[in-house]
Design a binder for this molecule. Structure first.
Ligand code: UT7
Length: 339
């Protein structure tokens, strides 16, 4: 039994906030943001849109795509498990955002849970889905990354508010026979790599609102309610994490970097990707980047990027693809697939 990514879907809120608009709110400029990050725009959810609302749209897109790929169309009822990666759940703790999505799309047979691994969440969720399928515990897994960071960033802190955006992406991960070559059973998942370094937990953190520091109106400081980041430390960690993840994936899947056709990294910052390529001696043109339009959408950034490539027909049969995540926790890792 092997696990394949049968289809993808995504959703970004309609409202686009360009850098120039931010420059009216904090002491920043389009020039600074673009030159330091590669970001020009971010999409911002409406005040009544939660992570589940974005996730539902992306999931329905992924389900719909199975009606047009020549294979048997999948329905929400075929889904055995929903894994939803998010750092901005609808509710703190429970109910899980995955359960809200399960009810809304009518996935009546599915178990549902959230995965908390910040910007690496989608990578973790895909590897969990692959493991469930190989263990024959599930045949069809809906994997989602959905984030509404606009609701947890400090809009007065220029060092963080310019970096993030909202969005969602979803993938249907399905069981296929080992020797299957059916046209719609594409995206064969190889061995993934998951890692963590909790000693760096404080470098990217939302201090208040959990059981460590309850959110008490009038007592909790304003900054502690929002994302706090030691940008320099996270930048240095990210480069090491990317190089380590790629090397581990190449080793376990018995490949060289030259054999890889496409790398889809977490879309945090163009300079992180450039610096990693320079240090490792990799061809940067293999790295797909779309942070210019969406900024850093945390757990949603990889499926958003994958879906953009998928819908544009830019992923070709037989291509070897690496996806890479890094972020809060600290967490990092990657998935490997052959399309
Ligand atoms: O999903 C993972 C999440 N996080 C990341 O990937 C972020 C990783 N870190 C980074 O990408 C970079 O560290 C940043 C983009 C966040 C910052 O870039 P940097 O080149 O490391 O800037 P810096 O923090 O060293 O700050 C340089 C200067 C400072 O001014 P002074 O002290 O030199 O006068 C900052 O106050 O830039 C200033 N600055 C800004 N200026 C204009 C910081 N943010 C801004 C801003 N606009 N938005």
């Amino acid at each position: 039994m092997k696990a394949v990514i049968r289809s993808l879907g995504s959703y970004a809120p309609i409202r686009v906030m360009p850098n120039d608009e931010l420059a009216h709110q904090v002491d920043t400029s389009d020039e600074w943001i673009y030159s330091h990050t590669g970001i020009r725009n971010r999409h911002i959810a409406a005040s009544d849109q939660a992570a589940s609302d974005l996730a539902i749209e992306a999931s329905l897109n992924a389900i719909e795509a199975t009606k047009h790929d020549g294979g048997p169309a999948l329905e929400a009822n075929d889904i055995d498990l929903i894994l939803l990666a998010t750092a901005t759940p609808d509710y703190i703790g429970f109910p899980s955002t995955a359960c809200i999505v399960q009810a809304a799309i009518g996935a009546n047979k599915a178990a549902a849970m959230d995965i908390s691994a910040a910007c690496t969440g989608f990578i973790y969720a895909i590897e969990v889905a692959r493991s469930f399928i190989i263990a024959k515990s599930a045949r069809t897994v809906l994997v989602i990354g959905s984030e509404v960071f606009s609701k947890i960033v400090n809009w007065k802190d220029r060092s963080t508010c310019v970096l993030f955006g909202d969005g969602a992406g979803a993938a249907l991960v399905c069981a296929a026979e080992d020797n299957s070559s059916l046209a719609w059973e594409q995206g064969h998942l190889g061995i993934g790599y998951l890692a963590s370094d909790g000693t760096g937990a404080e470098h990217l953190i939302r201090p208040a609102g959990g059981s460590k520091q309850a959110l008490i109106p009038g007592v909790t400081s304003e900054e502690d309610q929002f994302v706090k980041m030691n940008g320099r430390q996270v930048y240095l960690f990210a480069i090491t994490a990317i190089i380590d993840s790629v090397n581990k994936l190449l080793e376990s899947n018995k490949l060289t970097f030259e054999e890889i056709d496409l790398v889809v990294p977490h879309q945090a910052n163009r300079r992180i990707i450039e610096a990693s390529c320079k240090r490792a001696g990799w061809d940067e043109s293999k790295f797909f980047m779309n942070m210019e339009e969406y900024a850093n959408t945390s757990a949603a950034s990889i499926p958003l990027a994958m879906d953009e490539l998928y819908r544009a027909g830019k992923i070709k049969r037989g291509q070897k693809i690496i996806t890479l995540g890094f972020g809060g926790g600290l967490t990092f890792g990657g998935n490997f697939l052959v399309w």
